[in-house]
Design a protein around this ligand. Structure first.
Ligand code: T4K
Length: 356
């Protein structure tokens, strides 16, 4: 069976050693050794000032929103073409998401369609499928920008600046389905000291980051968004293989590119420095669902990421977002990851070729 989102686990034996180390140390949580090592490794790799590990990216977005934009009411501009977590985080912070259409070329927020009003508190732009938004354009609109970079660890722009360094803060996912995973997990990065301090407080019960845990010194509101040591060790072990995984993903991407039929348009990331962790393809709307059923029957569990959020009940709005609606009816994500050999991808492409 071929899955989208099958976890990459490149060094199981090292992870198991680290699990033993954790169990022997009896430090299972509260920013232990592996959480600190993971944060430090990612910080150094991205060249960013702060990296804060959290329990998942959805809560990570909530922490970033509340640290930067406070609590609602107010409106936050987000794309409708994204995973539901982006909208849920906005709502859970007491803000109203205002959905804006996306660009056809890289599925990112169409900055030309954004209307800033007196109610607009900020923008959450999403770096989808290893592509990057046009940050310069978004950050000129005059309101704070936070990036949902759940898919964009290891991606850099054409000048070589890594995603993680843009906007007020960026949030990555380390969920099992992400190319670098910690089971469940997320990372928040920022170059702003004050924002980092707030996030650290909010992440751990409002304790003061230096003295709080030891002395029970609560200096702010907060929740519990900590990452466990078992997750951090898995995240760290996987992250140590990031380059090798990106290379393998790129090889797989090229095999797809060479062997998919012409009616199945592979979307290339808009930066060559991508992680290639998703294989999104666009097909004709009239055949999309039949093709997905056909693939599932052949053991290829393709996914139709994403449904337009403004068409889903809790967030339904009657304004039409034509590009979002069109893409969400035409997109299919195909399997990717280090467990796929060339022969597997040739098989998947062969099955697709035989569909029409
Ligand atoms: N922002 C964006 C843009 C996101 O895409 C996401 C998450 C977030 C924010 C929030 O990040 P987290 O809070 O999750 O850290 C999956 C993931 O659950 C979700 O993390 C991810 N995006 C989204 C794109 O995909 P589902 O509902 O498709 O998950 P599920 O359980 O159907 O799994 C997908 C595939 O992965 C299946 O083919 C099975 C395979 N799988 C999954 C798990 C959990 C495995 O092989 N092993 C596993 O352990 O949402």
């Amino acid at each position: 069976m071929y899955l989208v989102g099958k976890p990459n686990i490149p060094n199981k034996s090292l992870y198991l050693k680290r699990v033993e180390d954790i169990l022997d140390s009896k430090v299972l949580s509260n920013d232990g050794k592996y959480t600190k090592l993971l944060e430090e490794s990612v910080r150094n790799y991205l060249g960013v000032k702060h990296c804060i590990a959290v329990c998942n990216a959805t809560i990570g977005l909530e922490l970033a929103i509340s640290s930067i934009l406070g609590e609602g009411p107010g409106e936050i501009i987000i794309p409708s073409f994204t995973f539901i977590a982006t909208a849920q985080a906005v709502k859970r912070c007491g803000f109203t998401p205002v959905f804006v259409d996306c660009l056809d070329k890289n599925f990112s927020l169409n900055y030309k369609k954004i209307k800033i009003t007196e109610n607009t508190k900020g923008i959450i732009a999403v770096n989808l499928f290893g592509s990057i938004c046009d940050q310069a354009k978004l950050e000129k609109l005059g309101v704070p920008v936070i990036y949902d970079s759940a898919h964009a660890l290891g991606v850099s722009d054409l000048k070589g600046t890594y995603v993680g360094n843009f906007g007020k803060a960026e949030v990555f996912s380390l969920h099992a389905t992400k190319f670098i995973n910690s089971g469940e997990g997320g990372l928040i990065t920022t170059n702003d000291d004050a924002i980092a301090l707030k996030i650290k407080k909010y992440k751990s019960f409002g304790y003061h980051p230096e003295s709080g845990l030891k002395e029970g010194l609560v200096c702010d509101y907060g929740t519990n968004a900590k990452m466990s040591e078992l997750s951090a060790a898995l995240g760290l072990t996987n992250f140590e293989h990031i380059q090798e995984i990106c290379n393998k993903n790129y090889e797989n991407f090229l095999t797809y590119k060479e062997n998919l039929p012409s009616w199945c348009h592979l979307k290339e990331p808009n930066t060559i420095f991508s992680n290639y962790s998703y294989i999104p393809v666009i097909v004709n709307k009239s055949i999309r669902d039949d093709l997905v059923n056909y693939l599932w029957n052949k053991g290829i569990k393709a996914r139709t990421y994403f449904k337009a959020i403004h068409t889903l009940d809790p967030f339904r709005s009657f304004e039409s977002l034509p590009v979002t609606e069109s893409i969400s009816n035409k997109i299919i994500c195909l399997p990717q990851g280090i467990d796929l050999e060339k022969i597997d991808i040739l098989y998947i492409c062969d099955i697709i070729n035989k569909f029409l």
